[in-house]
Design a protein around this ligand. Structure first.
Ligand code: SF4
Length: 456
């Protein structure tokens, strides 16, 4: 199902809302849920025999991109990562002692920061340490984010050798003026070399990340970037809207504010991106993601098996995610747990032999029901009342009476269609999918003040 761009409705429904990489979102995490609760939930999780997903955060970067909104440590001085890796190895042991050895890893991701900040020997050693603590399924999805400026042929050979089978390349924009302004310069030939190296190593799944809303971007300039990226033939694309949050990330003020595209221009850029990618044969998965029709994400969506986690969309519904490294978040069936964000606090905790979780959230039954509903809307573009009733033993129309009433306005605006005992997202509703999901969000309802990014 294609997405339809309706500027009038986008403006009508433009309001802050969660991105639903989890439900409830991380804004609900609290510090009374810590490492002891995590251990309890880890032990309980063994009785579910679910496969595991592992996330490792590598927070180091050689240079600061001025748009960056992540928690990173900038250092040209190599060596800073050595004690960090040692602590992550220690954390691996601290956590894995509670995990049943029968449970296998079906998914792993290295994110950052810049995971290819690590040299080839460190990549090999790191992976060996992971394998010492966990066994992998044969067809595990093993992915890594790389920065094309620093990706060497040797690194690419090494990531293939240790077992990675998916790569995500941060490209953001290919226009020289935009690249200079955001302090991230990698001309097209640099990116192309990395893509060629990956193909030589037979990586079959390549994702490219882009950002719209950066200084000096126009519809025309970004169109050229999209056309050049289509030529590179990635399997997936993630196209994020830039979030200007200088009160949290003061370095963003170093970009010339007068050069940012206006809200109107940003919408025109988004419209162009959607048209161009759909014409090129990419399927709009949702939020910021596009994939080729034969990509696993697109197939899972057609089959109603897509799910979301803190890395975005995933085909592995039902796995339980363990996060390692500073800031990382774990997602168990009924609990979310986040590690300390600063390196100092993370170090102190691990050095004391304590799991470095500092906050989290334990889901109640209502959260679990609403998560299922919200994820079905976000990922599988609809809702089947019978399925929810069978899974949770509720009467859908009674449980969600208020929500079904509120959906009537969205239905009359053409965002959704309610027929029989099903809700379907319509092409106009695809870009406003968060607004549909937000109707079922009980935590949002309670909030007097909304503190999220805008829905488009
Ligand atoms: S490489 Fe990524 S994480 Fe590092 S500064 Fe740039 S945007 Fe931030």
């Amino acid at each position: 199902m294609k997405v339809e761009f309706n500027e009038e409705l986008i403006k009508k429904y433009d309001r802050p809302g969660p991105r639903y990489t989890s439900y409830p979102p991380a804004t609900e995490f609290n510090e009374s849920t810590g490492a002891d609760e995590y251990v309890k939930k880890l032990v309980e999780s063994n009785s579910r025999h679910t496969p595991l997903s592992l996330y490792f955060h590598i927070p180091f970067c050689e240079q600061r991109c001025l748009y960056c909104g992540c928690n990173v440590i900038i250092s040209h001085r190599k060596g800073i990562e050595v004690p960090y890796l040692e602590r992550v190895y220690k954390e691996l042991k601290l956590v894995s002692q509670y995990i049943d050895k029968e449970r296998k890893v079906s998914q792993l991701h290295w994110g950052g920061g810049t995971p290819n900040y690590l040299d080839t020997a460190q990549i090999e050693e790191f992976f060996q340490e992971i394998r010492k603590n966990f066994d992998f399924e044969k067809d595990a999805e093993i992915s890594i984010e790389i920065d094309p400026r620093f990706a060497t042929k040797e690194q690419i050979k090494t990531i293939k050798k240790v077992g990675f089978n998916r790569v995500s390349i941060g490209v953001q924009d290919l226009d020289p003026k935009v690249q200079q302004t955001v302090n991230r310069v990698h001309p097209l030939p640099v990116v192309k070399r990395v893509v060629d190296n990956l193909r030589e190593e037979e990586f079959h799944s390549i994702n490219i990340d882009l950002i719209y809303g950066l200084p000096y971007q126009t519809v025309e300039s970004f169109k050229k970037t999209i056309e050049q990226v289509i030529e590179l033939n990635p399997d997936r694309l993630a196209i994020y809207s830039f979030a200007y949050v200088p009160w949290i990330k003061p370095h963003q003020k170093l970009m010339p504010q007068e050069a940012f595209p206006s809200a109107e221009e940003k919408l025109s850029i988004l419209n162009m991106v959607i048209d161009l990618l759909q014409e090129a044969g990419y399927v709009y998965i949702g939020m910021d993601h596009f994939a080729k029709p034969d990509d696993e994400l697109a197939i899972a969506q057609r089959e109603g098996k897509l799910w979301r986690n803190f890395q975005g969309y995933t085909t592995r519904k039902g796995v339980e995610l363990l996060g390692f490294g500073a800031t990382s978040i774990g997602m168990l069936y009924d609990g979310y747990f986040q590690n300390y964000k600063t390196l100092r606090e993370y170090n102190v905790s691990v050095d004391a032999g304590k799991i470095p979780v500092f906050r989290g959230y334990v889901l109640n039954e209502d959260d679990i029901i609403r998560r299922e509903v919200i994820m079905d809307i976000m990922c599988n573009l609809g809702l089947d009342y019978d399925r929810v009733e069978q899974e949770f033993g509720i009467k859908f129309e009674d449980y969600f009476e208020r929500e079904l009433e509120e959906l009537k306005e969205l239905e009359s605006d053409g965002l959704i269609k309610v027929s029989g005992r099903q809700i379907k997202i319509l092409p106009v509703g695809r870009l406003l999918i968060r607004n549909v999901a937000m109707v079922f969000d009980a935590h949002l309802r309670k909030k007097k003040e909304l503190r999220f990014s805008r829905t488009v």
